[in-house]
Design a protein around this ligand. Structure first.
Ligand SMILES: Cc1ncc(COP(=O)(O)O)c(C=O)c1O
Length: 414
C-alpha cells in the first residue's frame, strides 16, 4: 500500500489524492497509515533477538503518527523536552524512550528523569555531571549510555553525517573507556548501555557494521571493569529510496544480520534502534498547486504554492525529491526549476528537473516527504504551515489543521 498511479491518477491507499486535495487545499502533507505500519513491522521482524524499536520522532512528530507506531509497540527516540511531551501525549511507553541530543538542559534532564525513561544518551562529560546533579536532587539514579563517536565515515551527505571525529556528536571513541570508568563511580548514575549513531540516509551497511564492531570491542573491555551492559543502541540511519535511478539502500534484513553478528557476544543485551526516515519517509507526500509559469533568459520556472518553509530538505541539503503531476496526461516534458513563493534564491523543490508540463491550477506531488518534511517546516515569510492528513484505506483524517493567520502572531505583543 502507500502511493500508486492507477489510470494515470495518483492514489493513496484507496483514495484518489485529488479528491482529498479538492477539499483540503494545498500545500498539503498526506500520509499513508498502512505504509507506516508495514515499515514498522518489516523493521521489527528483521531481528531475531531481544530488541526495542524506538521511532525517531524528529522525522515526523505528529501525535497521530507517533500513536500509530506506539500501538504497534514502538518506543521513541527524543531530542528535546518538547519531543518527550509529544511522545507521552501520543501514548508511548516511557520505558521505551531514549533521549539523544548534544545540549540537554537541567530542566530537560529533570523532566526525563521524572518520567522514568529507559535511558539518557550522554554526549559529553559536562552533560554527565549535570545529569548526576539533577538525579541527586531528585533522589534517583539516572540510567545512562554514552553516545560514542566511533569515527567511521558513513558515506552520506556531510550535513547528516554524525559519526566522524570532526562532528559535534558524542564522545570520542578514544575517550570512551575513561568516561565510562568515571561514570561508574558517580553515585547517581546507573551505567546502562552504549549508543552510537553515525549518520542518516545510509546507503551502505558496511560503515554501520564497522562501527558496531568497534563498539562491541569497547563493550568487552569495559565488561572486564565490571560494567554490566543492558542495552546497546545502534541509533537510526537506514537509508531509503528517494531517487530510484541511484539509491540502493541495504535491505533491513541485511542491516539486521550485520548488527546481530557484530553483537553476537552480547546475546542478552537489549538492542535498541532509533529509525526515523525508514519508518515514514516514503509514506508521505507534499501536494502543491502550480501557481504560475515563467521563463527568464532561457530558464523555465514552475512556481508552486509550497516553499522551503514547507519542505526544507532541497534547500538545506540539495536533497532530491521525485515530483510528478497528480494526473499524468502524457503532455510535452519541460526542463525547469520548481520553485516556491519565498524570497530566497535557495527556495526550490527541484532544479533542472524534467517534468511533464502542468498548467497553472494543476497539482504536483512531491514524493518521499514523510520524513523531515513537516517537522522542519516554519512560518518564514509569515506563511501558515500546511495541514497534515492521514489516510487509512478509504478514509482520511486531518491530523493537523492548516494554520490560520492568528497562529502567526500567537504570543506577540505591541
Ligand atoms: C540520534 C539520532 N537517532 C536517530 C536518528 C534518526 O535517523 P534516521 O531518520 O536517518 O533513521 C537521528 C537523525 O538525525 C539521530 O540524530
Amino acid at each position: 500500500m502507500g502511493f500508486r498511479y492507477e489510470n494515470n491518477e495518483l492514489y493513496v491507499e484507496n483514495i484518489k489524492v485529488e479528491e482529498i486535495v479538492n477539499k483540503e487545499k494545498t500545500p498539503l502533507y498526506i500520509y499513508s497509515k498502512s505504509y507506516f505500519k508495514k515499515q514498522f513491522e518489516k523493521f521489527d521482524k528483521a531481528f531475531s533477538r531481544k530488541h526495542c524499536v524506538s521511532f525517531a520522532i524528529k522525522a515526523n512528530s505528529n501525535l497521530s503518527v507517533i500513536n500509530t507506531f506506539a500501538k504497534l509497540g514502538s518506543g521513541a527516540d527524543i531530542v528535546s523536552k518538547g519531543e518527550l511531551f509529544r511522545a507521552i501525549k501520543a501514548g508511548v511507553d516511557t520505558s521505551k524512550i531514549v533521549f539523544s541530543g548534544v545540549a540537554k538542559t537541567k530542566d530537560e534532564i529533570e523532566y526525563a528523569l521524572k518520567n522514568n525513561i529507559m535511558m539518557i544518551n550522554v554526549e559529553s562529560m559536562d552533560e554527565l555531571y549535570s545529569i548526576n546533579e539533577v538525579a541527586k536532587n531528585l533522589g534517583v539514579k539516572a540510567r545512562i549510555s554514552f553516545r560514542v563517536n566511533p569515527n567511521v565515515d558513513p558515506k552520506t551527505h556531510p550535513y547528516i553525517s554524525t559519526g566522524l571525529k570532526k562532528n559535534k556528536f558524542g564522545i570520542p571513541y578514544d575517550e570512551a573507556y575513561d568516561s565510562y570508568i568515571k561514570a561508574k563511580n558517580l553515585k547517581n548514575i546507573d551505567v546502562y548501555g552504549v549508543q552510537f549513531h553515525i549518520g542518516s540516509q545510509l546507503l551502505d551497511s558496511k560503515p554501520i557494521y564497522d562501527a558496531s564492531v568497534k563498539i562491541a570491542e569497547l563493550m568487552k573491555k569495559l565488561e572486564e571493569e565490571g560494567i554490566e551492559w543492558r542495552a546497546v543502541d545502534v541509533g537510526g540511519g537506514l537509508g531509503i529510496v528517494y531517487d530510484n535511478r541511484k539509491d540502493t539502500p541495504p535491505s533491513v534484513e541485511i542491516y539486521a544480520e550485520q548488527i546481530e553478528k557484530a553483537f553476537e557476544d552480547f546475546p542478552d543485551v537489549l538492542l535498541v534502534f532509533e529509525p526515523g526516515r525508514f519508518m515514514v519517509g516514503n509514506g508521505g507526500i507534499l501536494v502543491t498547486e502550480v501557481v504560475y509559469h515563467k521563463t527568464n533568459s532561457n530558464k523555465n520556472f514552475i512556481i508552486v504554492d509550497a516553499g522551503m518553509n514547507d519542505l526544507l530538505r532541497p534547500s538545506l541539503y540539495g536533497a532530491y525529491h521525485e515530483i510528478k503531476p497528480l494526473k499524468i496526461e502524457d503532455k510535452k516534458k519541460i526542463v525547469c526549476d520548481i520553485v516556491g513563493p519565498i524570497c530566497e534564491t535557495g527556495d526550490f523543490l527541484a532544479r533542472d528537473y524534467e517534468i511533464e508540463n502542468v498548467e497553472n491550477g494543476g497539482y504536483l506531488s512531491v514524493f518521499s516527504a514523510g520524513a523531515y518534511g513537516f517537522t522542519m517546516s516554519s512560518n518564514y515569510n509569515s506563511r501558515v504551515r500546511p495541514a497534515e492528513i492521514m489516510v487509512d484505506n478509504d478514509t482520511y483524517k486531518v491530523i493537523r489543521e492548516r494554520e490560520e493567520l492568528d497562529n502567526l502572531i500567537k504570543g506577540e505583543k505591541i
